[in-house]
Write a protein that binds this ligand. Structure first.
Ligand code: BGC
Length: 263
């Protein structure tokens, strides 16, 4: 049987990374390419990097392309953005990418992509119930998955807790910016996870983002009713999840078209 492959791209604050992904295993089928995010991260500049990245791989036509983006994505459009250039607000990403690269692409929030990847191939694989994947990086991203179904754009990093924006207090960037020790940072995370648990009563919390590699230094400091476990895919989750999400979305659209033709 031939391999099912999709291409994933992860747009981050410091790098834009892409790789082809084997959808059966969730592994890269070629080395990842990383291009630094342009300092002035406008839609035009970023879409040029995406074009360059896509051109550096020899992709069979019709390979699904998924793009993970650090903002909510509502029917392709960015309603607001916290951590890239503000000119992204209102941009229709699939349309912009088509215009600049000639490719059709499915765009998904970065934490939703990471959550999808963890659910398909990682720490939450095969798990039922309510699972919350939290990514700790420049911001706090969230993905809510209930019995295998992702509810997109939850944006729980922007909860207001004790009168303050949660990600400004508890993201990994806050730890770095304020030079917090792991112990000090864990106190903030504890408060965050307590509130999230109170609001959602999840069965499992999976912690991802770059810092999740160092989970042994902070997860044991957090006391919680709900199990909190590290992600498995670490930095690959955005690429893998975007690719898998694009393939799933295309399958869903084809099914819908077939259904609509019949009725
Ligand atoms: C954004 C989310 C994103 C998260 C992680 C937040 O500031 O609003 O959409 O998932 O950062 O990148």
């Amino acid at each position: 049987m031939s391999r099912r492959i999709a291409f994933g791209i992860d747009i981050g604050g410091s790098g834009i990374k892409g790789a082809p992904v084997d959808l059966d295993t969730g592994e890269f089928t070629a080395d990842r390419v990383r291009i630094p995010t342009p300092e002035h991260s406008t839609p035009q500049a970023v879409s040029q990097v995406i074009a360059k990245l896509l051109a550096s791989f020899d992709m069979p036509p019709k390979t699904p392309i998924g793009i993970a983006f650090p903002a909510p994505i509502h029917h392709g459009v960015v309603p607001f953005i916290a951590n890239l250039d503000k000119s992204w607000t209102g941009v229709d990403l699939p349309r912009l990418i088509k215009a600049n690269t000639g490719h059709d692409a499915v765009v998904v929030n970065d934490a939703d992509a990471a959550g999808f990847a963890e659910q398909q191939y990682g720490a939450a694989e095969g798990k039922d119930g309510t699972i919350l994947v939290v990514t700790l990086g420049t911001g706090i991203g969230s993905a809510l998955i209930c019995n295998g179904v992702l509810v997109p754009n939850t944006e729980f990093g922007h909860l207001e807790i004790d009168g303050k924006n949660a990600e400004k207090q508890a993201a990994d960037s806050a730890r770095e910016r304020e030079n917090l020790t792991m112990k000090q940072w864990a106190v903030r995370l504890q408060r965050y996870f307590d509130v999230v648990d109170m609001l959602l009563s999840p069965d499992l919390i999976v912690v991802g983002g770059g810092v999740s590699k160092k989970y042994k230094e902070f997860l044991p400091l957090i006391k919680s009713r709900v199990p909190i476990i590290p992600a498995k895919l670490f930095n690959q989750a955005g690429i893998v999840g975007a690719a898998a999400y694009a393939a799933a979305e295309e399958k869903h659209l084809k099914k819908r078209e077939k259904h609509d033709k019949k009725h």
